[in-house]
Design a protein around this ligand. Structure first.
Ligand SMILES: [Zn+2]
Length: 542
């Protein structure tokens, strides 16, 4: 034998696909040149051992295909997570205190930035811009909502961006104004928020790239080997290329650029032209659409309005324009992925895909993201149309509650809230359900995704009531959602998503059994090792 292994992992339980489940009949694996070259018993690895081989003893841990977050925004999320974290702020008093403290740490004239703001905190405040002006001592202030579908800004920030009154946006984005046309300080959806983002001070590129690499390494330490990146906004692709030019990427990225609501033919062509652009570990492979917004912001699209009278229409200027744009990509064999949260939004996406002739529809693996509330009659449509559902179990747990006292449930009312995040019902129809976090909307830690998928509660919160416990997934199904279903969704199932000879060596080493461990142990146990494309990206420090 002329080649030897770069890595041998032994003393492990190796989980390989077996029908819908997993089997463990080998305990060692060898990796060479980024590929899995041997699977077997310890003794079988001897022949692969060479002077440069790194041997990793997994100490009886469990090796699975590398965990992939099926929906995330790693670069945009990196750039948005600037300033003070407001995720734990629960009322206006706490908000004032957090902002005053942050303001005290800044130089005169600096922007005060923050993220994770719950807009409901300022519901009774007529002009958040004035409150932020006072609290910050007249600074420009920019605070992103926790769901990234809006922001609140101060008077000084509005002035810097030249925003003095209402504007109309094709996407339905809004600058909220009072009866006199004076902006209140609340901006809804991307096009409006971008007006402020475009005037924010920029981090220098070397610092920014180094910070991104640290973030991606933290993700690898959390067991991740890849992500489906649901945007190519700004200079995302250039960043991925620049990072790879410096050193191997700790993660593999499949990137789907946005098709903005109301996109013109030229804009569709521009997204088409990006298809296939790739580096070593990243690749553009689809088009990301939004048919609606969020329930919390009242911008989702429901069959019947929510209890505040919101959630009545699509993001697109017309539903037909959306359908035409999806057909544009469908006919060219390009995968479409559509953010669809409300029940009417999901229905419209499914009807749009159903209207593609079957052979054309089957030429790409079209996906629907989020699917937050769904009536019975649409459950079986994913399987019927061979459309992939992609869901975020942690959102069910973090943004809804068992007693329906949360803002999401209150808007929907009891009946529709009870139909939230129907992961088990959808999985039972035999489709490949993809799981993800939508980071930075929710933490990227796949242990949280797994725990929420199988217990509908957060790890370490054994006393909390499960949210929609009829929707718990089996361990096997949850693990598949982060591995082989994710690989299938980007047409990589012949080289990723399984521990099979010849496959790319993307591996996650659990220190507990993901199929049987106590759910809180599963949710909190560290990872022993993570390997991406044959390189160790995380190794547990003992
Ligand atoms: Zn997203």
């Amino acid at each position: 034998m002329t080649i030897t292994a770069d890595i041998i992992i032994h003393n492990s339980h190796i989980l390989r696909p077996d029908g819908l489940g997993w089997r463990e009949d080998v305990d060692a694996l060898a990796v060479a040149k980024g590929k899995i070259v041997a699977l077997g018993r310890d003794a079988d690895m001897m022949a692969w051992r060479g002077p440069a081989t790194e041997t990793i003893d997994l100490a009886g841990g469990f090796l699975t295909p590398g965990l992939v977050d099926g929906h995330a925004h790693p670069i945009q999320g990196h750039d948005l997570q600037i300033g003070v974290d407001l995720a734990e702020v629960r009322d206006v008093t706490q908000l004032r205190a957090a902002l005053a403290q942050e303001a005290a740490s800044l130089r005169p004239g600096d922007w005060l930035q923050g993220h994770g703001l719950d807009p409901a905190l300022l519901e009774g405040v007529g002009h958040p811009a004035d409150l932020l002006e006072v609290v910050s001592g007249g600074r420009p202030v920019f605070l992103m909502f926790f769901d990234y579908h809006g922001a609140m800004v101060s008077r000084a920030a509005l002035a810097k961006a030249g925003i003095a009154g209402p504007r109309s946006f094709a996407s339905g984005a809004q600058i909220l104004c009072d009866v006199d046309g004076l902006p209140t300080g609340t901006l809804l959806e991307t096009e409006a928020v971008e007006l402020i983002r475009s005037v924010l001070p920029r981090m220098d590129q070397a610092t920014r790239l180094a910070s991104m690499r640290r973030l991606f390494s933290s993700m690898a330490a959390a067991g991740l080997t890849g992500m489906h990146v649901m945007d190519a906004n700004g200079d995302s692709l250039d960043c991925l290329a620049a990072l790879e030019a410096q050193a191997p990427s700790p993660l593999r990225f499949h990137v789907l650029p946005w098709v903005n609501p109301g996109a013109t033919r030229d804009e569709l062509e521009a997204v088409l032209a990006l298809q296939g652009r790739a580096g070593r570990l990243w690749r553009v492979c689809g088009a990301k659409f939004f048919i609606d917004g969020t329930i919390d912001a009242g911008t989702a699209w429901l069959h019947e309005p929510d209890l505040h009278g919101g959630c009545t229409g699509p993001h697109w200027p017309s539903p037909e324009a959306y359908s035409k744009a999806v057909h544009f990509f469908g006919k060219r064999g390009v995968q479409t992925v559509t953010h669809a949260i409300g029940d009417k939004a999901v229905r419209h996406v499914l009807e749009t895909l159903a209207s593609l002739p079957q052979p054309i529809r089957a030429a790409a693996r079209h996906r629907v993201e989020h699917i937050e509330t769904l009536p019975d009659e649409d459950i079986g449509q994913f399987a019927a149309l061979d459309v992939l559902p992609s869901m975020q179990p942690s959102h069910a747990v973090r943004y809804a509650s068992a007693d329906q006292s949360d803002a999401w449930s209150q808007r929907l009312g009891p009946e529709r809230a009870a139909r939230g995040w129907r992961t088990a019902d959808i999985a039972a129809t035999g489709v490949r359900l993809v799981l993800g976090s939508d980071w930075p909307i929710a933490p990227y830690d796949p242990r949280e995704i797994l725990t929420c998928a199988v217990a509908r509660r957060l790890p370490g919160h054994a006393a909390s009531t499960a949210v929609g416990d009829a929707q718990v997934l089996s361990r096997a199904m949850a693990l598949a959602g982060l591995t082989r279903h994710a690989a299938y969704a980007v047409e990589e199932e012949t080289r990723l998503g399984a521990l099979t000879l010849g496959f790319d060596a993307d591996l996650t080493g659990f220190t507990v059994d993901p199929l049987r461990a106590d759910v809180d142990e599963l949710g909190m146990a560290p990872f022993g090792v993570t390997v991406c494309n044959g390189l160790v990206t995380h190794r547990r420090v003992n």
